[in-house]
Design a protein around this ligand. Structure first.
Ligand code: FMN
Length: 175
């Protein structure tokens, strides 16, 4: 039997790789949020699309500074990711409450998160209105990865965090 789905319709499009997205405001103060709605858009030029809630501090930061970093999270970071995805940087310093470590990026101002295994540095190329979100199109400026867990593809031990929806996660380890 096939049943009609309403509120959870987007969950049919999960699991999705989960990022800890870092941004900064005009003064350089960093923030981090959880983000699963990200997709490659083009290889030449290298472009990614991310859907970010209009009310979030992250959207305000990215719209004013035009930069963000997608940090690839692992299952070990599931608890920190949930916190970064349920609290706003408008109310709490999420770096303090998670103990995540900031590291300078190569080409942009938002920091890397040291505990993550891959980092994609982006500059905003376009902002598209999309319901309660902005679809932000980012040009990729620099990418680096932990080579102990990546060799052309994610290795099994990378334990990449995949979001099923809500507070549920799975990982690439179960392949
Ligand atoms: C695993 C996970 C994935 C999420 N993915 C997204 C997403 O793709 N886009 C989005 O706008 N919000 C997403 N959220 C919710 C934001 O992370 C949340 O609204 C956050 O509090 C925004 O923080 P900020 O106000 O500090 O920017 C996700 C939450 C979780 C837990």
């Amino acid at each position: 039997m096939k049943v009609e789905v309403h509120e959870e319709v987007y969950r049919l499009m999960h699991p999705k790789l989960t990022f800890l997205l870092t941004s900064v405001d005009k003064a350089g103060t960093p923030n981090v949020m959880a983000l699963a709605w990200a997709t490659p858009l083009s290889e030449e030029p290298p472009l990614v699309g991310i859907a970010v809630g209009k009310d979030s501090l992250t959207a305000a930061n990215i719209k004013s500074t035009g930069e963000f970093v997608l940090n690839v999270a692992t299952m070990e970071l599931a608890k920190a990711t949930l916190l970064c995805g349920t609290r706003s940087g408008r109310k709490v310093d999420k770096f303090k409450s998670t103990n995540l470590t900031k590291q300078p990026a190569h080409r942009v101002n938002p920091p890397y998160i040291k505990e993550c295994i891959g980092h994609i540095e982006c500059k905003v190329k376009d902002v598209i209105d999309a319901g309660e979100c902005y679809l932000l199109i980012g040009e990729i400026l620099y990418v680096c990865v932990d080579d102990t867990v990546f060799d052309e593809y994610w290795k099994d031990e990378a334990n990449v965090l995949l979001h099923l929806g809500g507070s549920k996660f799975v990982t690439t380890r179960s392949r």
